[in-house]
Design a protein around this ligand. Structure first.
Ligand code: MET
Ligand SMILES: [Zn+2]
Ligand SMILES: [Zn+2]
Length: 421
């Protein structure tokens, strides 16, 4: 039988996880849970599943520490992945095909089945080396991150079950880095999913008149685009980073009178709407953006209305921007830097995650949470066609986690200096 610690067994376990269809909106969560539990068994980890929402299992694993009084470490990952356009990929998105360069192609290879498996493989190696944790290490494999996390990490982080784990620090996903420096994230932007609706007089397609619904909508779109350009310019000029500007992208457009052959071409419709994915940095002024939406993007003077499909606060439950400290008040930050260095890796400057992750639910509880996915020399292909991760980079990431878990689980100093300052 093959050595479970060999590179080829490690990579083939990753392929098996990638091949499980956990694609939204119909993820095969039980199949994923069975696989994770089989891994837990092979590692002699404690396991159990919780269903905060029926049909959406969250798998929780535990590697007990020798000192159960010390607060624990939580390694979080989501099991679901976003959909794909099958025919636009060079290799099947659920195939986990490895090409001649060692690139593993699959949806979830970067976001974030890699991380979930790397945690497990790091533990496999640590166990084989005889390492015993002082702090308990928990692994949570959560559902539904890609549709908002409401049936997964959000409920988990607010649960009594979670409080009992007495978690000191959470690790969750980050982003790949095209350079040799890994990226790490101490905060993230808040999603506002906005739909703007216009109404107007219907009329002949040949007639030029004011206040048609689509004319009204396009005035708004022009205003949104001017704002978008102003934020994008800050980014292009290098004055701000991706996570420090407000982004707004149009993601849907709905209008027209359907006909069997497409749309009626000589009728101007009386309703139209556009959807926008807006992301606010933790340093943004939410009130001023809301005013801009009401006064410029959807003004009542044009009979416009708007609705939020999602509108998250930039503040934690104590009313402060949900940011994890990266100064000496947070020992876990320095430990991470040191552990990555010990594994011959380099960490870039801490950043604000430009999209959103489940880490926000833990930060909202006042806990430190760091976003980190050890992928260097890798183009960022999250939610894109042909998402891949190189197998050598994947294996390197396991060594990085080995170093981090070892350091975190052995740390017996104070968890947080904040209260004493
Ligand atoms: C807004 S829920 C988060 C879903 C996904 N991670 C995103 O950033 O779009
Ligand atoms: Zn993700
Ligand atoms: Zn994602």
């Amino acid at each position: 039988e093959e050595d479970p610690l060999s590179s080829s067994s490690i990579v083939s376990r990753f392929q098996r996880y990638l091949q499980i269809n956990t694609v939204q909106p119909n993820p095969q969560y039980y199949e994923a849970a069975d696989f994770i539990i089989s891994q837990a068994k092979s590692l002699s980890l404690e396991y159990h599943t919780v269903e905060f929402v029926v049909g959406k299992p969250l798998v929780l694993l535990k590697w007990p520490g020798s000192n159960p009084n010390l607060p624990s470490i939580l390694l979080n990952s989501h099991t679901d992945v976003v959909p794909f356009e099958h025919h636009k990929w060079t290799h099947p998105p659920l195939g986990a095909h490895i090409d001649s360069h060692g690139n593993i192609y699959a949806r979830g290879s970067q976001d974030m089945k890699c991380v979930g498996m790397q945690y497990l493989e790091a533990i496999r190696r640590l166990k084989a080396s005889g390492f015993e944790p002082v702090r308990s290490v928990y692994l949570s494999f959560v559902p539904d991150e890609e549709i908002g996390g409401h049936g997964g990490a959000e409920k988990f982080a607010e649960s009594d079950e979670f409080k009992k784990l007495n978690v000191a620090i959470v690790l969750d996903e980050g982003l790949p880095s095209p350079s040799e420096n890994y990226r790490a994230f101490y905060g993230e932007r808040s999603p506002w999913w906005l739909v703007i609706k216009a109404v107007g007089a219907p009329g002949h397609g040949a007639k030029l008149y004011d206040n048609a619904a689509l004319e009204n909508l396009f005035k708004s779109i022009e205003s949104v685009r001017r704002f978008r350009a102003s934020q994008f310019d800050l980014l292009k000029a290098g004055l701000k980073a991706e996570g420090e500007v407000v982004s707004v992208n149009m993601v849907s457009l709905k209008a027209g009178t359907p006909s069997p052959t497409g749309f009626v071409m000589n009728l101007q419709p009386s309703e139209a709407e556009a959807g926008f994915d807006v992301r606010l940095p933790p340093t943004a002024d939410p009130e001023s953006l809301e005013r801009r939406i009401a006064e410029e993007w959807a003004p009542v003077s044009r009979n416009m209305t708007f609705e939020f499909k999602q509108k998250e606060s930039i503040y934690d439950k104590f009313g402060k921007p949900a940011l994890t400290a990266i100064d000496s008040s947070n020992p876990w930050w320095n430990l991470l830097e040191e552990a990555v260095r010990n594994a011959n890796g380099k960490l870039g400057n801490p950043e604000i995650f430009p999209a959103s992750t489940d880490a926000r639910y833990f930060r909202n509880q006042g806990l430190p949470a760091i976003g980190f996915s050890p992928m260097a020399n890798t183009p960022s292909l999250l939610h894109d066609h042909n998402e891949f991760l190189n197998q050598a980079e994947y294996l390197k990431g396991i060594e990085v986690y080995e170093s981090i878990i070892k350091s975190y689980a052995s740390y017996v100093g104070r968890d947080n200096f904040k209260d004493e300052l």
